[in-house]
Design a binder for this molecule. Structure first.
Ligand code: HEC
Ligand code: HEC
Length: 269
């Protein structure tokens, strides 16, 4: 070994490697932060400085001065769904709800079990009923029949109606949790298409706050809702959770899920 020192700019190899590394870093930075972002056409990449900030992951509001609010092009739900929402309801509220519910029986049945392809409300989670009524009232969910029904309800009316319907018995369970007949989409989802099993939110494997009780819903209703989520006609699901599921389902899977969840109703008859 020679005594010559390695790390000095008098060593030609050292100089070349340092300059070479710096060169690669600069070229990479130019490509990553300037060239690639500036060929994107999204709004946040317009202008060289925006492009650099976006590529670096710096929040837009730091440099855009806030002010720019991206408005959704559809009306979204304004309800904040928590596990505590309507977790404790009073007997008084249920009683008031029972009286108010007299104007709902025509379609939802006198004990919340519909025979007319309207969704059953008996035993539905109170928070779900309350949220759907608010969404109908505020226009986040639209239906020619239901929207006018929700129009004149006060917040307390909606809480009472939710409490009442939630207190009614669900249709008797015909099916065990480990039902081998559950279609693949319900039990396993479609991992390659990013669809989680329905049962992780809607009961069976787990229940997530705000996910409606589906067992016993008329097949025609379940199917129509899945199609509405898939087409974007129904947009009141928070964070697009159901739109993302439904638009990745095949027509066969939609039918299979709708039939599966309806089977209890068939058993009841
Ligand atoms: C004239 C028939 C009719 C009447 C009366 C009616 N509904 Fe409905 N309701 C429907 C239909 C149809 C739907 C399904 C709407 C859709 O397809 O989006 C529905 C949906 C709902 C939903 C959503 C259920 C879910 O699972 O998402 C709730 C909650 C509801 N109704 C509550 C009520 C209440 C409370 C009343 C009484 C104040 C009432 N409805 C009166 C026909 C009716
Ligand atoms: C990540 C959780 C999640 C998964 C997975 C999921 N859902 Fe949902 N689903 C929800 C939530 C939350 C809502 C309530 C949306 C709202 O607030 O209106 C909902 C609503 C629905 C509705 C409307 C019910 C009604 O009463 O109006 C149907 C039908 C439905 N889901 C079917 C399915 C099916 C079938 C699958 C499986 C292919 C599935 N969901 C998977 C969370 C989920």
């Amino acid at each position: 070994m020679s005594d010559e020192r390695l790390f000095t700019f008098r060593n030609r190899w050292f100089t070349v490697s340092v300059l070479g590394t710096m060169g690669i870093a600069i070229v990479a930075a130019l490509i990553g932060f300037v060239w690639l972002p500036s060929v994107q056409r999204d709004a946040q990449f317009s202008g060289i400085w925006n492009a650099i900030c976006s590529a670096a992951g710096v929040p837009r509001s730091w440099y855009a001065g806030g002010g720019v609010v991206v408005e959704p092009d559809v009306r979204l739900s304004s309800v904040e769904m928590t596990p505590q929402l309507l977790a404790n309801v009073s007997a008084n509220s249920i009683g008031r709800g029972a009286t108010l519910a007299l104007r709902c029986t025509m379609c939802h049945g006198d004990r919340g079990m519909s025979d007319a392809n309207s969704p059953n409300l008996a035993g539905q989670y109170a928070a779900v009923i309350y949220k759907q009524l608010i969404d109908f009232q505020k226009g986040a969910r639209n239906n020619a029949v239901m929207s006018p029904m929700a129009m004149n309800l006060s917040d307390q009316d909606m809480r009472d109606l939710a409490a009442y319907y939630a207190s009614l018995p669900r249709p008797p369970a015909q099916r065990k949790v480990s039902d081998a007949r559950a279609p693949a989409i319900v039990a396993h989802g479609a991992p390659m298409r990013n669809v989680a099993p329905c049962a992780v939110c809607h009961g069976g494997i787990d229940s997530k706050a705000g996910s409606p009780w589906l067992d016993g819903l008329p097949a025609a209703y379940t199917k129509s809702q899945l199609l509405a989520f898939a087409s974007g006609a129904r947009t009141n699901d928070i964070d697009g959770v159901m739109r993302n599921v439904a638009r990745n389902m095949t027509a066969e899977e939609i039918d299979a899920a709708a039939m599966y969840y309806a089977r209890e109703l068939e058993g009841r008859r």
